[in-house]
Design a binder for this molecule. Structure first.
Ligand SMILES: Nc1ncnc2c1ncn2[C@@H]1O[C@H](COP(=O)(O)OP(=O)(O)OP(=O)(O)O)[C@@H](O)[C@H]1O
Ligand SMILES: [Mg+2]
Length: 469
């Protein structure tokens, strides 16, 4: 599309055209009304003066006969002006007046009419237009009185001319105005399009230009910029998550690969191969678990999991998780106690909160057993859900070795495992997830000394009427 074509198609220009058309119609009808009324007014004025003159002349005729009428008409005909007079005999011979010739038959029709005429002493071909009244006087004489219409036509012409010129001026000025307004709008839209193109080409940091006028284009740009800001933040989060996952999975994958290579080189029998394959499968399973855990952490950290937040009872989760792990605890010679008597409403992602609590219980069973006996009794693990100062506390307390003070902030980082627990399987992601889930819900993960043992707590904001509980 050419630049001009683009300009003509802008909304601003088309609006200008519509307004222009409306204005021209309005101006034309106003001028037309004005012109016609002026014309009517002049005609009315002529008829009243002509009427009164006819009346006066008829009276002269009635009083002094045709001689007197001829004298008066003769006198009036000599005055300068646009008045027309003519007195004729019944046969049409002129007796007095200033009219030289008329259209044929005018005198035969008494009454008003518009006609062409020529003045006495006026050269041939200088015909004029006039409004005249013809009356038949008693005795057969005819009297014609009228006015030249030149003045009326001239006035009408002046108005028509002024109308034409002003409309032409309006059109020209309107088009020029529309042209400039459209060009201004188009320039700004073009600037926006350019920015949009660079953004589409991959530069998410680009922002639409804002002129600072506060008009509708500025408002649009501001909103789009806010949207871009959000998209950029989301993209940044996504990139960080995928970078992290790629980085975190590289080590175990390399390990898996090396083990396969070793098996290929070192194995001599079918049995060796089988053993190597079995460890590969086991390690792949572990890898899949790690991958799932990482994805879950990523979901919690990116805030993506906020999409399906519902209100649920955390006490119910404590009971469910406790029941699920009871057999495992028993197997390890540990007693698992559930303490969740009252409702603990929480608004959040139920699946993630369950998984976080399960991770804490899993740790307690894994690291506190099987030798942790207290006074000869099997040590207890307590899973508790309770209200505390407007917060919901999901606590898991065990009687195991606990975590030394200095390591408590470190263990929530990804893949961090303490030396003392290397004998147990695990990838060091359980507490990371619990912490990420707590933060996702606006809460926190607390690790405390249980004298002896570890007491880990997920503190979450209580749902429902604020501040109760
Ligand atoms: N209840 C506990 N008692 C003693 N040490 C603990 C306890 N819970 C966690 N730890 C220590 O913190 C480390 C990190 O725990 P985390 O749950 O994050 O990972 P993991 O249990 O090793 O592996 P995963 O949970 O991913 O299977 C553990 O390796 C362990 O050293
Ligand atoms: Mg764990």
């Amino acid at each position: 599309m050419t630049a001009l074509g683009k300009l003509l198609r802008t909304t601003a220009f088309q609006l200008t055209l519509v307004y222009l058309l409306i204005f021209i119609l309005f101006a034309a009808s106003l001028l037309g009304y004005f012109a016609l009324n002026t014309r009517r007014l002049i005609t009315e004025q002529i008829t009243t003066t002509v009427n009164s003159e006819i009346n006066g002349l008829s009276e002269q005729y009635a009083q002094g006969g045709i001689r007197r009428l001829v004298i008066v008409v003769d006198l009036r005909s000599r005055r300068p002006g646009s008045s027309l007079y003519l007195v004729t005999t019944p046969t049409g011979e002129g007796l007095a007046g200033n009219v030289g010739s008329l259209e044929p038959g005018v005198l035969d029709h008494p009454g008003w009419l518009e006609t062409n005429y020529r003045r006495l002493e006026a050269p041939e071909g200088s015909d004029h237009h006039a409004l005249v009244q013809v009356v038949q006087l008693p005795g057969g004489f005819r009297l014609l009185v009228g006015r030249d219409l030149e003045e009326r036509e001239r006035l009408f012409g002046i108005i028509a001319n002024a109308g034409q010129w002003s409309i032409a001026l309006v059109i020209v000025l309107g088009l020029i105005g529309g042209f400039f307004v459209s060009r201004r709008v188009l320039n700004r839209v073009d600037a926006m399009t350019d920015t949009a193109q660079t953004i589409m080409a991959g530069d998410l940091a680009g922002r639409l230009p804002v002129a600072g006028t506060g008009d509708e284009l500025d408002r649009l740009a501001l909103h789009l910029n806010a949207m871009l800001e959000r998209i950029e933040a989301l993209m940044g989060g996504l990139k960080e998550v995928s970078d992290n996952i790629a980085h975190d999975l590289k080590t175990p994958l390399t390990r898996l690969r090396n083990r396969c290579e070793q098996a290929l080189r070192g194995a001599t029998s079918d049995k060796d191969y089988r053993a190597a394959l079995e460890t590969t499968i086991a390690e792949s399973d572990e890898l899949i678990r790690t991958f799932d855990a990482l994805l879950m952490i990523a979901r919690a950290e990116s805030g993506q999991a906020r999409d399906n937040m519902t209100e649920f009872d955390a006490a119910e989760i404590a009971r469910d998780v406790g029941e699920l792990y009871e057999p495992l605890a028993e197997e390890k010679g540990l007693a698992l106690k559930i303490d969740a008597p009252v409702a603990a409403p929480v608004r959040g992602n139920r699946e993630l909160v369950s998984q976080a609590l399960a991770n804490l219980v899993d740790n307690a069973i894994k690291y506190a057993g099987p030798n942790s006996k207290l006074n000869g009794e099997p040590a207890e693990i307590v899973v508790k859900a309770g209200n505390e100062g407007g917060r919901i506390m999901l606590t898991v307390a065990d009687r195991g070795p606990g975590i030394p003070d200095g390591d408590r902030s470190r263990v929530v980082e990804r893949f961090v495992r303490l030396e003392q627990s290397r004998s147990e399987p695990g990838s060091g992601l359980g507490l990371s997830l619990a912490s990420a889930v707590a933060r996702l819900h606006g809460g926190e993960l607390k690790l405390e000394d249980n004298h002896p043992g570890l007491r880990s707590t997920i503190a979450l904001p209580r749902a429902g009427p604020a501040g109760t509980g």
